[in-house]
Design a protein around this ligand. Sequence first.
Ligand code: GSH
Length: 206
Amino acid sequence: MLKIWGRKNSINVQKVLWVCGELALPFDRIDAGMAFGVNNTPEYKAMNPNGLVPVINDAGFILWESHVIVRYLARKHGLGTLCPVDPRAAADADRWMDWVSTTVWVNLRPVFWNLVRTAPEQRDMAVVTSGIKLLKENFGILDKVLADRAYVAGDAFTMGDIPLGVCAFRWYNMDIDRPAYKHLDAWYARLCERPAFKQYCMTALT
Ligand SMILES: N[C@@H](CCC(=O)N[C@@H](CS)C(=O)NCC(=O)O)C(=O)O
């Protein structure tokens, strides 16, 4: 059975759990990271020299980097659905996944880390304020894109929605200034109806 290493509250682990849920793939998850440790052991670092979660073992094939894992599982088990066959549609989904790595997460991480994982007296509020402003711009871009499509890569849910969906959950569930974005709000409401998103991603922010 597919093995997944990673704690349930990690944004990057949640992407992998969500894709497994969408694909109805059974898996065995092993807690790792932060308080659980495991990820700094030599055995773990032999699988992922970065010592980060998630890692998967699919019948002996070890893989790390959450977006790569999402793409791999979507291509292997959801070609034509989660992973579009058409090269342009697949690139569209890929584009939004990479945009999370290069842009959205860069702005969201310091806001999340300060507001959720840092004691109030130790927070760097200048970083938080700047991140919130940039996130408004990022989600504003997505709102415009979603004006003529139900999901980021077209009318069907794809792997492209997964990294953005877990970021959106944090954005909507932190106590921050957030404009109402009609199309983004409707997309997010659609995600919130998906059983796998509910099960693996709509969890308390810790
Ligand atoms: N680019 C990597 C980043 C992985 C990463 O930063 N993972 C974090 C959790 S979200 C981690 O392992 N932190 C150390 C820990 O949990 O102990 C990916 O997308 O998989």
